[in-house]
Design a protein around this ligand. Structure first.
Ligand code: SF4
Ligand code: SF4
Length: 185
């Protein structure tokens, strides 16, 4: 736990991130936790995560498995009565945790990176390549379990075997680079 002199710093750090500025207006109603699709897996639910940020308990929070289970369903954000945007706060906290060397509790960040790499390379997600690379980086044996489904998708032409690049990929990458340079998460 951090001392009181650091508490404001952590709250300010989070509040300065995109779409996180209203964190201090949270009324702790718990609607986000009650709506969260994965909250049963979290050591601290979304409501509790926000309380820990406001209490300055950075290390305790970022060492926990919370935040990493956020699957970006945005139910919390759609339902929050104070327009707090908890999903953005979770992703902002992920950014802080990664920058400061905390180990992710799930492979979600690997999935995000593999997903965005596919978009940068092709201008769109190339599903077969994305899944292949994701399993290679995380759990190659899990890919074997997915093999029957992959074969079925390929034979029914529901998933192309080769990547198709979109027109205007270079322009898209200019946008992606500008977002990255601007500190996008
Ligand atoms: S729903 Fe909004 S106001 Fe309620 S606890 Fe969650 S973030 Fe706070
Ligand atoms: S966006 Fe994340 S924190 Fe919000 S309800 Fe969905 S999984 Fe939970």
């Amino acid at each position: 736990m951090e001392n009181d002199s650091h508490a404001t710093t952590f709250l300010d750090e989070v509040a300065s991130l995109p779409a996180c500025e209203k964190i201090n207006e949270c009324i702790q109603c718990g609607v986000c936790s009650g709506s969260c699709t994965t909250a049963t897996q979290w050591e601290y639910t979304p409501r509790h995560v926000i309380a820990l940020v406001r209490a300055g308990m950075k290390d305790e929070l970022l060492k926990s498995n919370s935040i990493w289970f956020c699957v970006s369903c945005y139910l919390c954000t759609a339902r929050c009565p104070r327009d707090i945007k908890p999903a953005s706060i979770m992703h902002g906290l992920e950014s802080i945790a990664l920058k400061e060397g905390y180990k992710p509790a799930t492979s979600t960040t690997t999935m995000y990176r593999t997903f965005s790499d596919s978009i940068v390379k092709n201008g769109r997600v190339y599903e077969f390549g994305f899944m292949f690379k994701y399993f290679l980086k995380t759990n190659p044996f899990a890919a074997l379990k997915m093999l029957p489904m992959a074969i079925s998708l390929l034979t029914h032409k529901r998933m192309p075997l080769t990547a198709k690049k979109v027109k205007g990929k270079d322009e898209l990458n200019i946008i992606v680079n500008k977002l990255s340079a601007g500190g996008g998460q």
